[in-house]
Design a protein around this ligand. Structure first.
Ligand code: FES
Length: 177
């Protein structure tokens, strides 16, 4: 089909799939869905995996899951918003996701998280009062070879330390200078 003839929904799905193609986390999620044979009754399990990988469930991620499972997006949104253990994308202008999976943890990602929490004055799962920064954690983002990894606004960044993380977040925090 010619791109010009795509309707809004198809364009949105095409944009999400293009975004997904360059992000290893989507590949891991895809493998997880395959393992569950794309079964609709595995939706909660798949959303858990998605949250582990990304730290929260944002629109692109929910659309990706809906598209791959061939479920209406409304159903996937409904489940994601109904259960308290799912975190939807927080409202901060910027997001920082610290991986606390085993490989990252043993290389000190907890001290990275602690440094950011202290400097930003928020805990994981919260957003700074000025709305600039949301801080999240994930449990293995598929980048163990470059542990400890942190994702800044969607960019997976290798071998972080408290110092490099705070440097990266300069300008995203009220007292980040
Ligand atoms: S444990 Fe952090 S990327 Fe795997």
């Amino acid at each position: 089909m010619m791109p010009a003839l795509l309707n809004e929904k198809q364009k949105r799905v095409a944009a999400v799939m293009e975004h997904a193609s360059g992000d290893k986390r989507f590949k891991i999620l895809e493998a997880h869905m395959k393992k569950h044979q794309y079964r609709h009754d595995a939706l909660i399990e798949i959303l858990h995996k998605a949250q582990e990988l990304f730290g929260c469930l944002d629109d692109d991620l929910l659309l990706f899951v809906a598209y791959r499972l061939k479920l209406p997006a409304s159903r996937v949104y409904g489940v994601a918003t109904f259960y308290h253990f799912f975190t939807l994308k927080p409202q901060g202008r910027h997001t920082c996701v610290v991986c606390l999976g085993t490989a990252c943890y043993v290389k000190g990602s907890n001290s990275v998280l602690a440094a950011v929490e202290e400097k930003a004055g928020i805990k994981a799962g919260e957003t700074t009062p000025d709305g600039q920064l949301s801080l999240l954690t994930a449990r293995c983002i598929g980048a163990c070879g470059i542990a400890p990894a942190v994702v800044y606004d969607g960019t997976v960044t290798p071998r972080q330390t408290p110092e490099t993380a705070l440097e990266h977040l300069k300008g995203w925090m009220p007292n980040g200078h």
